[in-house]
Design a protein around this ligand. Structure first.
Ligand SMILES: NC(=O)c1ccc[n+]([C@@H]2O[C@H](COP(=O)([O-])OP(=O)(O)OC[C@H]3O[C@@H](n4cnc5c(N)ncnc54)[C@H](O)[C@@H]3O)[C@@H](O)[C@H]2O)c1
Length: 322
């Protein structure tokens, strides 16, 4: 199989690229990679990092999906499947122009390519499409994005819907993903990693006030790869939640980590500065994902953290202290 992974130097994209590369597929990674440019929120404009691709044997192309030249090269590769992960993934970015162009408009160009080549298109949407809707969140029932990022993903889904009959197109609303490859997302990396690194440095993990009641559906990267792989054999196009179907609190994460790391540092509580655009409770309805794609999440929060802990230790040793 010939596969293009856009955003392939990022967290989820690099996991997909390495997975299919190992299976013997021909994989082309497209990514803008990072430089020192920052958004007005102080965060980097892109998080792609070469270290996420160490061990990857396929092709790598530095390119911006907003550029025609990059799109041309994707087309020239003639992919059987495009895993589209490239995006401004930072939910706190307020530059609406670049966000809409990158997340939404470039997607429509990829749809055109998929149509021309008859390629499968499997893309990343987000639980941010639901905003603060009541749990469990179900596709098509309660979308109400609270920021421009969530809006861009919802509009991607609406666009994809128009091509369901003409294309093999699957959109995944990822919930909160954690696991290997996320370190280079800096402050936007999952709280599993951020609490883990705080604990390893001997500090109490810093949680928002009321964190025992702030719950999310935390999903491990290996279940995300599984879902994407199952999407290749989907019998019909669709938009699906990709998650565990369980809501767990941020306090749960801190407590499980302390158990795994053998510490007893307690917790420090701070005010939540994002209250207005924050998701206080997410829990995916994954019934359709199970029925239509045969998806069954393999990692509870406990299992995911257990699987991830040696990598968190490695990051602390070689990236934070190295
Ligand atoms: N990680 C999560 O919890 C989560 C949750 C919901 C949805 N998502 C979505 O999943 C996808 C992957 O997210 P991630 O966590 O791996 O984020 P990430 O930021 O690590 O990956 C995105 C990649 O896209 C690249 N990119 C950005 N703009 C680009 C452009 N114009 N051209 C080419 N490449 C560009 C970045 O360099 C980065 O490597 C994104 O679409 C994101 O919105 C992620």
């Amino acid at each position: 199989m010939r596969i293009v992974v856009t955003g392939g130097a990022g967290f989820i994209g690099s996991n997909l690229a390495k997975h299919f590369d190992k299976k013997g597929d021909e994989v082309l990674v497209i990514d803008i990679f990072r430089n020192s440019d920052r958004f007005s929120n102080g965060n980097l404009k892109s998080f792609g990092h070469y270290k996420n691709l160490l061990g990857f044997e396929g092709e790598i192309l530095e390119g911006d999906i907003n550029d025609k030249a990059t799109l041309k090269k994707i087309k020239k590769f003639r992919p059987d499947t495009i895993f589209h992960q490239a995006a401004i993934s930072d939910t706190t970015v307020s530059e609406q122009d670049l966000l809409i162009r990158t997340n939404l408009n470039s997607f429509s160009h990829l749809i055109e390519i998929a149509k021309d080549l008859n390629s499968k298109l499997i893309y990343a949407s987000s639980a941010a499409t639901y905003g603060n809707a009541k749990s469990p969140q179900t596709v098509g029932e309660c979308e109400s994005p609270r920021n421009v990022y969530g809006f861009s993903k919802l509009m991607m889904d609406k666009l994809a819907f128009k091509f369901f009959k003409k294309l093999h197109i699957i959109g995944f609303r990822y919930f909160n993903v954690y696991g290997s490859g996320e370190y280079f997302k800096d402050k936007t990396a999952s709280m599993v990693l951020q609490f883990g690194l705080q604990i390893l440095s001997g500090k109490a993990p810093k949680l928002f006030e009321g964190s025992d009641k702030i719950k999310r559906d935390f999903v491990y990267i290996k279940d995300i790869v599984l879902g994407n792989e199952l999407a290749l054999n989907a019998k019909k196009s669709g938009i699906y939640n990709l998650a565990t179907g369980k809501a767990r609190s941020f306090q749960n994460i801190a407590d499980i980590l302390q158990r795994e790391l053998g510490t007893n540092l307690g917790s420090e509580y701070i005010k939540n500065p994002f209250v207005k655009q924050y998701q206080f409770h997410t829990q995916a309805n994954i019934l359709d994902t199970k029925t239509d794609l045969g998806y069954e999440p393999k990692f509870s929060l406990e299992d995911g953290i257990k699987d991830y802990i040696s990598e968190i230790n490695r990051i602390y040793e070689s990236e934070v202290n190295g």
